[in-house]
Design a protein around this ligand. Structure first.
Ligand code: SAH
Ligand code: SF4
Length: 396
């Protein structure tokens, strides 16, 4: 992968639900249902199974949001669909566009919770970075999301919906040719640990790669995990997409300190799961993400230990300059240290590009968009309160 691997959008969860933002529509969302679930729902309405393919194509190939647009579906069935279902995406809460074309959306879900989705363009393609949870149960010490409690898992509809919103935004419906797509890749590197929301994540990715719909190639999907070992085996069996592993340390000692999940699944087990990940080959290498933390994991000895650890695994490293956030307990390694680290790995036969962070102006502080959004809302509430107090005083 190229610079796309920097498409992480870790940030803080927003507990922004307020009565006015809640969507009370009780109809079930068609987005996020599997084909089998659609068939069940349609059978309950007395509709034939072949309707599934038709409706699926409208939803995921054409991206329609209105039943009236389903012109080859009978009026009668459209009315039934309208009565029972809706076609809903997350709604846009905020949007930021970087000078380098990176685009970041703060998306709001039905219950008012929000998460970030990022689009990172490359020369002739681009990756959409999706979130799988609001918050995270893990507490990796370099990660801003890790400072937040898990609010909840996202549903398949909400995960696939993030990609669909991005497509809406770029007008990429109906599904164009593989070569013509701006939104060509998906990276599951946003908020949350995708393998702790396994079923919904796999279901969402299944929707994105379905050949009758959005039809992304499996090779254009990369999932990043902090190393939930048993689920890596499950993923390899159920949906062997490209795998990225947040490694960040070459010894258990250091990894235990910065990624507590290492105490549960130490490096030996993690490396075994990587070795056994199906489809890993020189053409389809596992990506090891490695955040450069000054004085913690960035010495020549660390680089050599890393090479030893990864020996025999078809892999490459992505060196990520640490993206500092307010209150972060680390500094980013100096640039010449990062370059030296990359050189040591290269001299030992590993590809180890340094990922220049994209969209610095909007991603500079992860979660900034969301924090700003919360701040603005807080200001509004305070202003309204002040107005009410002035009104009360005038009346009194
Ligand atoms: N939970 C998953 C995916 C989301 S994080 C995981 O941990 O892999 C996506 C990537 O961004 C991970 O490699 C993560 O370690 C990295 N990351 C988190 N915080 C970072 C920061 N402040 N600077 C640079 N990379 C960071
Ligand atoms: Fe951040 Fe760790 Fe959670 Fe990934 S697993 S989102 S790095 S806290």
């Amino acid at each position: 992968m190229s610079a796309m691997s920097t498409a992480s959008c870790q940030s803080s969860p927003a507990s922004s639900s307020s009565a006015s933002t809640l969507d009370a529509d009780p109809r079930e969302n068609l987005i996020g249902l599997s084909r089998d679930e659609l068939a069940e729902r349609f059978a309950a309405l007395g509709e034939k199974p072949f309707r599934v393919k038709q409706v699926w194509s409208w939803l995921y190939c054409h991206g329609v949001t209105d039943f009236a647009a389903m012109t080859n579906v009978s009026k009668d069935m459209r009315a039934k669909l309208e009565d029972n279902f809706r076609i809903a995406r997350p709604t846009l809460s905020r949007e930021q566009i970087s000078t380098d074309g990176t685009r970041k959306w703060l998306l709001r879900f039905k219950d008012g919770n929000e998460a970030e989705t990022v689009y990172i363009p490359d020369d002739d393609r681009g990756a959409v970075c999706v979130s799988t949870q609001v918050g995270c149960t893990l507490t990796c010490r370099f990660c801003h999301t890790g400072t937040q409690m898990l609010v909840r898992n996202l549903t398949a509809a909400e995960i696939a919906g993030q990609f669909m919103v991005a497509r809406d935004s770029y007008g990429e419906w109906p599904t164009p040719n593989e070569t013509g797509r701006l939104l060509s890749n998906v990276v599951v590197m946003g908020m949350g640990e995708p393998l702790f929301n396994y079923d919904e994540t796999v279901k969402a990715l299944g929707i994105l790669i379905d050949p009758d719909g959005i039809s992304l190639s499996r090779r254009r999907v990369t999932l990043s995990t902090s190393g939930v070992v048993p689920r890596m085996y499950d993923l390899g069996r159920d949906l062997p997409v490209n795998l990225a592993v947040s490694l960040h340390a070459a010894t258990d000692d250091i990894r235990d300190q910065i990624m507590p999940i290492n105490k549960k699944y130490p490096l030996k087990e993690l490396m075994k799961a990587c070795r056994e990940y199906p489809g890993a080959s020189n053409a389809r290498r596992i990506t090891f993400e490695y955040v450069m933390l000054k004085g913690i994991n960035d010495s020549d000895a660390d680089a050599r230990a890393l090479a030893k650890l990864a020996k025999g695994i078809p892999c490459k490293f992505n060196l990520l300059p640490f993206n500092k956030w307010p209150g972060a307990p680390f500094e980013c390694s100096d640039w010449d240290r990062i370059e030296r680290f990359a050189d040591v790995l290269a001299s030992l036969g590993f590809s180890a590009p340094i990922r220049i962070p994209r969209g610095r102006d909007i991603l500079a502080a992860c979660g900034q968009l969301k924090s700003e959004s919360l701040r603005d809302r807080l200001k509004e509430v305070q202003a309204r309160k002040a107005e009410a107090e002035v009104g009360d005083a005038a009346q009194g």
